[in-house]
Design a protein around this ligand. Structure first.
Ligand SMILES: [Zn+2]
Length: 385
């Protein structure tokens, strides 16, 4: 196979399951079959479900609330948690959204998925938390009131900052009940993401989970330290981030894709008998790269999210409104536009396009072989999950 899988695959040498999983460069499309449990360990089955101090019996749908118990002003607001406990055995799938309070697409996706579920019909249970960072949500902000990014403080502890304590409480009250987790996000401010899963494909359970979403792009990434996805994975709960669109708005096309993909996952996990149908296949990307601009000015993009570009192709033009000079931004490699900045004023060094490497171009990746979510500094907030 032509992908340079980098050092992370070498760590996995000897893991036949993993090799088999990665042997599939494309996610199966069309009508997905329920995921086979061959070789990959099955997800943990639900037991007695007691969430946020309340028991949820099989065959019921409950709307609960959770509070962090902290007395800091504004941090005691109750967070809604929806639990649909199916009548049959199966895993507990958790759906979380708005860990970044300004990311709205996921909120609507969780709401729709949960309201479509019938506890008599499903096997296992689904726990939906539409707004994890309620304080950020009320203020239209990615962050907590103290400007901390909640998604850098999981799994938290009881002694640190407010973010760390909040993370700890949420992780222990809710996340520890999950057999698997889908954490919904969008691009960060003034950037948009193609609908895509971020998944640590080194881990067979996660690689398999990521194949269950129908035609959805998958980008390998290990995940930031402190992120909910990474903390859940480290705690033995297979987790993926599901990115789509941009913050501060609800985008119907992304919401529809997200709902359909999660309903497909429920079918793939054997939790629902409702099959969803997809058209074209989607690709798995083992690495990606942000393209930075070298000039300041107003960015006008010539490409769209999801477009495939060749090396040397024009991505956008930066127009300097003072001098009327124009600077062209070209693709340094062939690839797919997985994320991009909206047209806006940019400074030199601004990360404008995230290209996913395909085929032989996957080789450009750094020695670690990871998708470098982290190449761009935190202050610039191109990291989205
Ligand atoms: Zn986010």
């Amino acid at each position: 196979m032509s992908f340079n899988l980098g050092s992370w695959t070498r760590q996995a040498i000897g893991c036949a399951v993993f090799a088999a999983t990665l042997g599939l460069p494309q996610i199966s499309a069309g009508a997905p079959e329920p995921a086979s449990t061959d070789a990959v360990p099955a997800l943990k089955l639900k037991g007695k479900l007691r969430v946020a101090g309340k028991e949820v019996p099989p065959g019921t749908h409950k709307r609960l609330t959770w509070t962090s118990g902290m007395e800091l002003e504004g941090l005691t607001a109750p967070m809604p948690i929806i639990v649909v406990n199916g009548s049959g055995p199966g895993p507990v799938l958790c759906l979380t959204a708005a860990v970044h309070g300004d990311e709205l697409n996921g909120i609507e996706i969780v709401r729709r998925v949960m309201s479509n579920l019938d506890p008599q019909e499903i096997k296992g249970a689904v726990i939906g938390v539409p707004i994890v960072n309620l304080q950020g949500f009320y203020r239209g902000s990615r962050y907590l009131p103290d400007r901390r990014d909640l998604n850098r403080h999981f799994p938290g502890n009881t002694r640190g900052s407010a973010a760390t304590r909040l993370a700890y409480s949420f992780f222990n009250e809710v996340i520890t009940h999950c057999s698997a987790l889908v954490d919904l996000h969008t691009g960060s401010l003034d950037r948009s993401n193609l609908a895509q899963l971020r998944a640590d494909l080194r881990l067979p359970q996660i690689a398999k989970l990521s194949q269950g979403f129908g035609s959805t792009v998958v980008l390998h990434s290990v995940g930031e330290h402190g992120s909910l996805r990474r903390a859940a994975t480290d705690a033995g709960i297979p987790a993926v981030t599901f990115e789509m669109g941009e913050p501060m708005r609800v985008q119907p096309e992304h919401v529809e894709h997200g709902v359909k993909a999660i309903e497909t996952l429920l079918y793939s996990l054997g939790m629902s008998s409702q099959r969803r149908y997809w058209g074209d296949t989607e690709s798995v990307y083992y690495s990606s790269k942000w393209v930075r601009v070298d000039h300041g000015g107003i960015l006008f993009s010539e490409v769209a999210l999801g477009e495939r570009v060749s090396e040397g192709e024009l991505l956008g033009i930066i127009s300097d409104p003072m001098t009327e000079e124009q600077h062209r931004v070209y693709a340094p490699m062939s690839g797919r536009v997985l994320g991009m900045a909206l047209n806006q004023m940019v400074l030199p060094g601004f990360a404008a396009y995230r290209l996913g490497a395909e085929g032989k171009d996957a080789k450009f990746t750094s020695a670690s072989g990871e998708s470098r979510d982290d190449e761009v500094g935190a202050e610039e907030d191109t990291r989205s999950d």
